[in-house]
Write a protein that binds this ligand. Structure first.
Ligand code: TEU
Ligand code: CA
Length: 556
């Protein structure tokens, strides 16, 4: 039985970077509303809004100080209602970002909690005594430094897996869980259609908070193996499901770093007891370095991508549901990372090839704003151009404190992997500031906005935009894309250049042929004579070869 969200396509908007309606340099809700017709034309079904709540914006809204109010820079609750009403009238559903592993340190509850040891909200957060004058354990924050912050007034430390301004909630406390469910139900009663849940698999920590395994010569340990998929995680999500989600036809996706296929079978099982799907991170790790992590210039090998995609396709088929993504607000641009943005022709071909690779798999595809026009990395070359605390902290730690690499090399790696690459303003047209705003935006516009923008894409029938439009339409029309079985074509398992896979149901087979390389290659795959090409990034057909970045899908 197909569930309503299984043949849908989700589009992510990063509100501060999408469209500025009042020219203060910051994107806003009215700006998003004014672009809903554009999203409708693209054909997407669900709009995921990155956090729009009241927030001091230390981490761009992933630090929420009031979950039932709109960030004034983005507008008002009435603006939200208008956005939702217009979206619904176009058949577009709204998915909210739910950030409940932590709040902002400016949230009323944290202010209370911090005010004294016997405050009734003390136990809403994770407070511990120090050990021998040091932090309670050796965990490192994901944004560098210790994950504990000392509070002088009460002589205790609180846990923050992210920035010190993002204290972790104590999910062991049933009152915390109740207040989260209340808040979620409040949004559901306002008419929202679902939630994307930020690092939701970090909410259950092992109660002894043990030290992590430290690498040689470093100060702190990565807590992820201990906090991801923790001891009570499935209990908490089942409870949330019962109290909020169940029977309401919502759509949910959990952001779950370090999730394995075995864990995903529990989170995203088809019996609707936890979530509908999760974001896995394994394919995002294929170009990272064992020591330097993201700060490297490695390229992902096709054999690794294929093996990873295939594992997820095969393990979840019939049992749980995949999400499919290349991009989001934390990742560099797909065409720069896995494709080729060195010239216009290669950019367009490789962006379409990568979209084809993803969109014919089983699962729900996510498109991040600008991906549909092939926006590229910004490649900022000065530290001053970076805004994201993750990029800036990493630079200082690696260059100034650890002296691991020099400034020039680190700037090169930021150009390749910084989260800022995703966050430059949406490129609407070739006017100053790319039609995003009339004022210098909070984050610099990518310098290529005159060549790459929506206006140009809409005027060119061969653009990446229309290719995505067609991919979405095909998913809506061909059930085999939603339900069919996935298989790598025999003999293709190890090829470093060509990727060949099929999707099959009882009536239809799709053969997806992709050239990951920038060169023309012979191929040996048999194309049945009664087949038709349903989508391709070349306008003509040449048998037996695949040209640079060629992508074709045959149906028979
Ligand atoms: O991201 C969680 C997460 O996996 C990131 O911290 C990741 O490790 C980092 O971005 C490096 O790639 C979520 C949000 O998507 C992110 O924007 C927030 O900063 C973070 O949680 C904290 O809320
Ligand atoms: Ca604005």
């Amino acid at each position: 039985m197909t569930k309503w969200w299984q043949n849908k396509v989700i589009y992510q908007v990063y509100p501060s970077s999408f469209q500025d309606s009042n020219n203060d340099g910051i994107g806003d809700l009215n700006g998003i509303t004014s672009r809903l017709d554009y999203l409708h034309k693209l054909g997407i079904d669900i709009l995921w809004l990155s956090p729009i709540y009241e927030s001091p914006q230390v981490d761009n809204g992933y630090d929420i100080s009031n979950y039932r109010a709109i960030n004034p820079d983005y507008g008002t609750m009435e603006d939200f209602d208008k956005l939702q009403k217009k979206a619904h009238s176009l058949g577009i559903k709204i998915m909210m970002d739910l950030v409940v592993n932590h709040t902002s340190d400016q949230h009323e509850l944290f202010k209370e909690s911090k005010s004294s040891k016997d405050n009734k909200y003390r136990d809403f957060y994770i407070w511990r005594d120090g050990k021998n004058g040091k932090e309670p354990n050796n965990w490192e924050s994901f944004f560098t430094g210790s994950a504990w912050k000392y509070d002088k007034e009460t002589d205790q430390y609180y846990l923050h897996l992210f920035a010190p301004e993002q204290p972790d909630l104590n999910w062991e406390n049933p009152k915390v869980r109740e207040s989260v469910y209340d808040m979620m139900n409040w949004w559901v009663s306002k008419g929202v259609d679902g939630f994307r849940m930020d690092v939701i698999n970090y909410i259950s920590k092992p109660q002894s908070l043990p030290d992590g395994k430290k690498a040689e010569g470093v100060k702190y340990a990565n807590p992820e193996p201990l906090v991801a998929n923790g001891p009570r995680i499935h209990e908490f999500l089942q409870e949330m499901n019962k109290n909020v989600l169940h029977g309401k036809n919502l759509v949910t996706v959990g952001e779950t770093p370090a999730v394995t296929t075995d864990e995903a079978l529990k989170y995203a099982n088809l019996d609707d007891s936890e979530l509908n799907m999760v974001f896995q991170f394994e394919h995002m790790g294929l170009d990272t370095d064992p020591v330097m992590g993201r700060w490297t210039d490695g390229k992902a090998k096709l054999s690794d991508l294929r093996a990873n995609f295939s594992k997820w396709q095969e393990k979840l088929h019939g049992k749980a549901w995949n999400s499919l993504y290349w991009n989001n607000h934390d990742q560099p641009r797909v065409v720069s990372r896995f494709g080729n943005d060195s010239n216009e022709e290669k950019r367009v071909l490789s962006a379409k090839m990568l979209a084809t690779m993803l969109h014919f798999q089983q699962g729900t595809p996510f498109i991040f704003q600008g991906e549909e026009i092939g926006m590229t990395n910004a490649y900022f070359d000065k530290l001053e151009d970076y805004v994201d605390l993750d990029s800036i902290n990493a630079y200082h730690q690696i260059v100034d404190e650890e002296h691991k690499i020099d400034s020039k090399t680190m700037l090169k790696y930021l150009g390749l992997h910084s989260r800022d690459n995703a966050r430059t303003p949406m490129q609407w047209n070739s006017s100053e500031y790319a039609g995003f705003s009339k004022k210098q935006p909070w984050e610099k516009v990518n310098s290529n906005y005159k060549e790459i923008n929506v206006e140009k894409a809409l005027a060119d029938k061969n653009s990446i935009f229309y290719y995505y439009q067609k991919l979405i339409k095909l998913r809506h029309e061909l059930p085999v894309i939603t339900d069919g079985e996935y298989a790598v074509v025999p003999g293709n398992e190890k090829d470093e250049n060509i990727f060949a896979y099929t999707r099959k149901d009882k009536d239809t087979t799709l053969l997806i042929l992709l050239n990951y390389a920038d060169k023309t290659l012979q191929h040996k795959y048999k194309i049945p004579s009664d087949s038709e090409i349903i989508i391709s990034n070349y306008s003509d057909e040449e048998k037996g070869i695949l040209r640079p970045y060629e992508a074709k899908v045959y149906k028979y």
